[in-house]
Design a protein around this ligand. Structure first.
Ligand SMILES: [Zn+2]
Length: 82
């Protein structure tokens, strides 16, 4: 099996667990504060941009529980579609 780079508008993202926030962030899911010095997860990704050539870069901060909730929700949606 070979791996091809898919040509699509699909975005990808990577999760980067941060052990200790250097400063307070806002969770992109619940919009509550992630206080400094606590653990959180940052997702960094690229999405094809419809506005210009190239890609848009995005970066979100999550409470670990909020990201787990979100991923469970996405899996549910996929199950329903498939
Ligand atoms: Zn949250």
């Amino acid at each position: 099996m070979s791996q091809h780079k898919t040509k699509s508008s699909q975005e990808f993202s990577i999760e980067r667990p941060i052990k200790k926030a250097r400063k307070a962030h806002t969770c992109c899911s619940c919009k509550k504060t992630i206080p400094a010095k606590t653990r959180y997860i940052r997702t960094i990704g690229v999405a094809e941009s419809p506005r210009h050539y190239g890609n848009d870069f995005f970066s979100n901060a999550w409470h670990p529980a909020c990201l787990a909730d979100h991923q469970g929700y996405v899996r549910d949606q996929l199950r329903r579609q498939g």
